[in-house]
Design a protein around this ligand. Structure first.
Ligand code: ZN
Length: 376
């Protein structure tokens, strides 16, 4: 295939190669994508590269470059996995189509190319840049960034996660509480339901109450960057056969948490609302975060975006979740999300990214590094 849209930075070519190196998760195997990144990184002189992966099929690349003078550490994170159903890299109308184009192989390609540029500039910079090309973000980061955090390997002064933000600076992210709510009844033969208590019927009434009574209370509180608190029942599990009164029904509840709210407190609030109608057990707690508007990381990122794109843009926030929480909440490092592509392109059947935006991400990341990597 002839190279379409050759770019000066190499980001288009790297993005094309990354999309062709399919890395759908599940099942989860980022070896091909990791080889593409390593092929690029190995051409950069005098950097340290290691595989911090915790599973042979799930490589995790940590690449480090030290600048001429001592100074702060900037962490750059991008995930290599995508949602399933890979499809190939194709360019049309100035966009690159393919699984991962927006989420987030364009951001990852931008970071990798920018990492090479920063290496060329290191003589005039102070500090360290660490690139984390991680597996396993899509199901929650367990074998990826979370493993890096648990190993005590996340340390630094600033973190940038290149999830698709349309190159706006996202300085806040919602958290989430996933909980199983178990409602108990009493089993009986389906021909004599009056001998039993139908747990599915009880759970259905509880679901309606959660939506009608707790939902509006939650929606009263909202955050300017990530919107209102929310609640959704994502799964209902009950029954073994049509002719049996179910004695147990489990609702999978998904409660989204605002920056400043504690997931633990949100869980307790849910349990208090449910009272003796069911038992509540958390299956996942993800912390929210917010980095202040006047933090040097946000200020530098806003200035870098304005310089490259020709004007300032308002900050945004991520309504969903990402690996950024492991840096912000997990390691206590000021964190932003910043990358090409749009979240509404993530996971869609014909995912794409504007190539102009993928290209522009490189000077944005380089400019951000220039502003942050100064001797303190
Ligand atoms: Zn992503």
């Amino acid at each position: 295939m002839p190279p379409s849209h050759p770019s000066s930075s190499g980001v288009t070519e790297l993005l094309r190669d990354l999309i062709r190196a399919a890395s759908p998760n599940p099942p989860g195997d980022e070896r091909a994508a990791a080889r593409v990144i390593l092929g690029f990184l190995e051409r950069i002189p005098d950097i340290e590269i290691e595989d911090a992966g915790v599973d042979p099929l799930r490589p995790m690349i940590v690449a480090r470059l030290r600048c001429a003078a001592p100074g702060p550490t900037l962490l750059l994170n991008g995930h290599m996995d995508t949602v399933p159903d890979p499809f190939g890299a194709k360019v049309a109308g100035g966009r690159m189509f393919g699984r991962g184009a927006s989420d987030m192989k364009s951001g990852l390609a931008g970071l990798v190319v920018a990492f090479g540029r920063i290496a060329e500039l290191r003589g005039e910079l102070a500090g360290t840049v660490e690139l984390h090309a991680v597996p396993d973000e899509e199901p929650g980061g367990h074998l990826g960034t979370e493993a890096l955090l648990r190993a005590g390997r996340i340390a630094g002064d600033y973190a940038v996660v290149a999830e698709p933000t349309g190159l706006s600076v996202f300085r806040a992210q919602k958290g989430n509480v996933f909980a199983d709510v178990t409602v108990r009844g009493r089993s009986a033969h389906g021909s004599m339901p009056w001998h039993g208590v139908n747990a599915a019927s009880l759970a259905a009434r509880l679901l309606v109450d959660l939506e009608d009574r707790l939902g509006p209370l939650l929606a009263e509180r909202s955050h300017p960057l990530v919107g209102p608190r929310s609640l959704n029942v994502g799964t209902i599990t009950a029954g073994t056969a049509t002719n049996v009164v179910p004695d147990r029904c489990v609702l999978g509840v998904d409660r989204r948490v605002l920056p400043g709210e504690s997931p633990r407190a949100a869980l307790e609030e849910l349990a208090a609302f449910i009272g003796d109608r069911g038992t509540v057990e958390a299956t996942h707690l993800g912390a929210p975060f917010e980095t202040p508007e006047d933090h040097p990381l946000v200020v530098a990122a806003q200035a870098a975006v304005a310089a490259v794109l020709g004007g300032p843009r308002p900050c945004g926030g991520l309504v969903g979740s990402s690996d950024a929480r492991f840096y912000a909440d997990g390691a206590g490092i000021p964190t932003i999300l910043l990358g090409p592509g749009a979240m509404d392109q993530a996971h869609v059947p014909d995912e794409s990214v504007p190539l102009e935006e993928a290209e522009a991400s490189v000077p944005v990341f380089v400019e951000l590094a220039r502003r942050l990597l100064v001797a303190g």
